[in-house]
Design a binder for this molecule. Structure first.
Ligand code: AMP
Length: 196
């Protein structure tokens, strides 16, 4: 099994790259943002609760997010592991993820890959995605900047958590999509060689 975390601010390309990693290494992509949007679309209780935070560009409370993730991880899958996209977003979530992966799979997070992109490029990318995504949280610069602020206030410190475990690597997140994927593959292949 290989479990990876794709890390970075909103608009850094986590969703796009998580798909590439999922198909290259036969992993199941778990995007907490997508799970929330699915629940919002279907107007579940969880969706209604999450919506009030998401549409302001704030993080959904940890326990709500963690419970949803556990539900997802309990589903049977035909894959060699998971790629976590948009989770963990707080140090508490990161600690809990370690516990869950240990309890459910007797395994651990192999590596956290962080996509590095400057704030101004993030804002540009998200505004342009907002023209077609239909996402309210992509639609205004104010909300986008709020999401980036939340990242610096609550999420950026997750890097320290993984760095202390020697499981963290920065990858330049600007360039052609395939070029960025190659950078990620290169880092993952290094740890796969170590594990053999
Ligand atoms: P994303 O699709 O990853 O950009 O997530 C969209 C929104 O969903 C975020 O701005 C948060 O409001 C919420 N969200 C997604 N993942 C998490 C998480 N791990 N913790 C808290 N909120 C989250």
């Amino acid at each position: 099994m290989i479990n990876l975390v794709l890390f970075g601010p909103p608009g850094s390309g986590k969703g796009t790259q998580a798909q590439k990693l999922a198909s290259k290494y036969n992993l199941k992509q778990i995007s907490t943002g997508d799970l929330f949007r699915y629940n919002m679309k279907n107007q579940t209780e969880l969706g209604m609760l999450a919506k009030s935070y998401i549409e302001k560009g704030e993080l959904v409370p940890d326990q709500v997010t963690i419970d949803m993730l556990i539900q997802e991880l309990k589903k049977p899958v035909d894959a060699k592991g998971y790629i976590f996209d948009g989770f963990p977003r707080t140090t508490h979530q990161a600690q809990v993820l370690d516990e869950i992966v240990k309890d459910l799979f007797n395994d651990e997070i192999a590596l956290t890959l962080a996509l590095i992109v400057k704030d101004e490029i993030l804002v540009e990318r998200l505004l342009s995605r907002g023209e077609t995504s239909g996402r309210k949280d992509d639609a205004s610069e104010g909300i986008i900047r709020n999401r980036i602020d939340e990242y610096y206030k609550k999420t950026a410190e997750v890097a320290t958590y993984y760095r202390k475990q020697n499981k963290f690597v920065n990858v330049q997140g600007v360039g052609e999509i395939d070029e960025i994927s190659e950078r990620l593959f290169h880092e993952i292949d290094k740890i796969k060689v170590k594990e053999l």
